[in-house]
Write a protein that binds this ligand. Structure first.
Ligand SMILES: [Zn+2]
Length: 165
């Protein structure tokens, strides 16, 4: 699928690498998350009243129904809660990446606080439930930087600065 106004041979999006790879759409609720990602910070919404983290973003707190949620940076550390390996493309844009793993990561900040991403710097056969992982960043373009997950390095200096692969 070409977008129509690009010369042949140039991937749609002007060099995003993966043809037609679906990318997130940024809206008002998710913009703090994506702004943080551009700066290599994992930023989630948190309820200022009951302190629960809310992710994926939603308009109100699921626990106390507060309608004010504030962005807050988290450590970017967690554990593999579950995972699966994709061997056939659900979307043609991912074909060149097969096989790849999709992780459900339970973040260190809060039991039951999950996020989803791909694993990098880790052979698929080494992935285990309970494995400690940390966020790393895959820049797609000026707008989108994707959080990805790699085995935790034992440097203990937080997420900032540890993300340059
Ligand atoms: Zn709340």
């Amino acid at each position: 699928m070409m977008t129509g106004d690009e010369p042949a041979g140039v991937p749609p999006g002007g060099g995003r690498g993966d043809m037609d790879r679906p990318l997130p759409v940024i809206d008002e609720m998710s913009s703090p998350y994506w702004e943080g990602a551009r700066e290599h910070r994992l930023v989630l919404l948190r309820c200022p009243d009951c302190r629960v983290f809310v992710h994926p973003p939603r308009p109100s707190c699921p626990r106390c129904r507060s309608e004010r949620l504030d962005p807050e940076e988290v450590t970017g550390r967690g554990q593999v809660y579950s995972w699966s390996v994709m061997r056939s493309p659900g979307n043609p844009g991912f074909e060149g990446r097969l096989p790849y793993a999709v992780l459900v990561v339970e973040l260190a900040e809060q039991p039951g606080l999950f996020t989803i991403g791909n694993v990098v710097d880790c052979p698929l056969e080494d992935i285990e439930i309970g494995m400690s992982v940390e966020v790393t960043w895959e820049r797609i373009d000026d707008t989108i930087t994707l959080p990805q997950w790699r085995p935790a390095q034992t440097v203990g200096s937080g997420s900032a600065g540890a993300s340059r692969a």
